[in-house]
Design a protein around this ligand. Structure first.
Ligand code: NDP
Length: 334
């Protein structure tokens, strides 16, 4: 018997706003928590646990995982599973837990991409690591150029029919691939409920057609790396601290080389505007995404409970004047 040592804040749902995910019955918090970084075996389990508790206390009831989150691969699911078994089991029906498969997980021809063989095996492995019977959302993590999309989508449909996933999702699919995936799933009788693209002030690709397709198809949108992995915060304005993502060798996706003088100049200007709005830069970057109603949820990462508390402040002001929008665009284009 594992002893519980956490009781969630009873006012947690008063602190958050929930948005409908496309034309589905699913509602998601304006901010969700991603476990890509800071929840692996290389990280501090105590801090990871505190971040999860803080999230739930703030009304963030959606936790996003993938088979390969760690490092090592799979350890974020295993660690979330431990926290879940200890203190979250009683709240299972209040939680939206997602996982994905698409990137490399094990050797041989069935350990990555989009075959039925890989997706079904990977989902089973994720459920075991998490210690749960079903995930709420299961994603095809990336499109597979060599497997017919019909096969990938029918594997997702199968997982939904088997009750191993409640909702179907896709991630990193182009507008055209999204249209096709949505059509195939519809024909199979399962809706594509959500898309997970990379979107931030520094990554505007979804504005070139994807958001329109999502709106047309009634698919929700949960955006990843909304803070450009920390660049769109005040984290690097005064240098690169040793505990930041850019300084950590376990994070090859953001390195010290990415902290260029041009980036610091832009974020410095954005920071000034954020302060004028009465927000931190992180809050303004999140609010800027949420101003578009097509964005269902913003999927943030955090290395401390404090960052999460800061980020959630974004929801108190998600409106921008036309002048502010133009100023932000001119800073980004400078
Ligand atoms: P963010 O852009 O939100 O970056 C998070 C990082 O920014 C934190 O780890 C922290 O870095 C820093 N940060 C956050 N808040 C603050 C703050 N208030 N002040 C200062 N610094 C702050 O998101 P991620 O890149 O982490 O991605 C979020 C989630 O999106 C992932 O966990 C995952 O679930 C999903 N994702 C999905 C992908 C896909 O292909 N579908 C790909 C990538 C991510 P530091 O460690 O330096 O403190």
């Amino acid at each position: 018997m594992i002893e519980k040592d956490y009781i969630p804040d009873k006012d947690r749902y008063e602190k958050m706003i929930y948005r409908r995910c496309g034309r589905s019955g699913l509602q998601l918090p304006l901010l969700s928590l991603g476990l890509w970084h800071n929840f692996g075996d290389v990280d501090d389990f105590k801090i990871a646990t505190e971040i999860i508790y803080k999230a739930f206390d703030l009304g963030i009831n959606h936790f996003d995982l993938a088979n390969n989150y760690g490092p090592p691969d799979g350890s974020a699911e295993k660690n979330f599973g431990k926290i879940f078994q200890k203190n979250f089991k009683a709240y299972r029906d209040e939680l939206i837990i997602s996982s994905k498969a698409g990137y490399y997980m094990w050797p041989g021809p069935y350990g990555e991409w989009g075959s039925r063989k890989y997706l079904i095996a990977s989902c089973d492995q994720s459920l075991k690591r998490l210690g749960i019977e079903y995930v709420d959302i299961f994603y095809s993590h990336r499109p597979d150029p060599d497997t017919p999309l019909e096969e990938t989508m029918s594997a997702i449909d199968q997982l939904v029919r088997q009750g191993k996933a409640l909702y179907a999702g896709i991630s990193n699919y182009s507008p055209e691939q999204t249209m096709r995936a949505s059509k195939i799933l519809h024909e199979l009788g399962t809706s594509c409920v959500i898309h997970q693209p990379k979107y931030s002030m520094f990554e505007r690709t979804p504005e070139q057609g994807l958001l329109d397709v999502l709106s047309l198809e009634g698919i929700g949108c949960i955006v990843f790396s909304p803070l450009a992995q920390g660049l769109l915060t005040d984290r690097y304005l005064k240098g690169i601290s040793d505990n930041s993502r850019a300084a950590k060798t376990s994070s090859p996706f953001l390195t010290k080389k990415d902290i260029t003088p041009e980036i610091i100049e832009k974020t410095g200007k954005l920071n000034t505007l954020a302060l004028e709005r009465g927000q931190s830069l992180a809050q303004m970057a999140i609010a800027w995404l949420l101003k578009d109603e097509r964005v269902t949820s913003v999927l943030v990462g955090a290395s401390s409970p404090k960052q999460l508390t800061d980020n959630i402040g974004a929801i108190h002001n998600i409106t921008f004047s036309q002048d502010e929008i133009l100023l932000i665009d001119s800073i980004l284009q400078s």
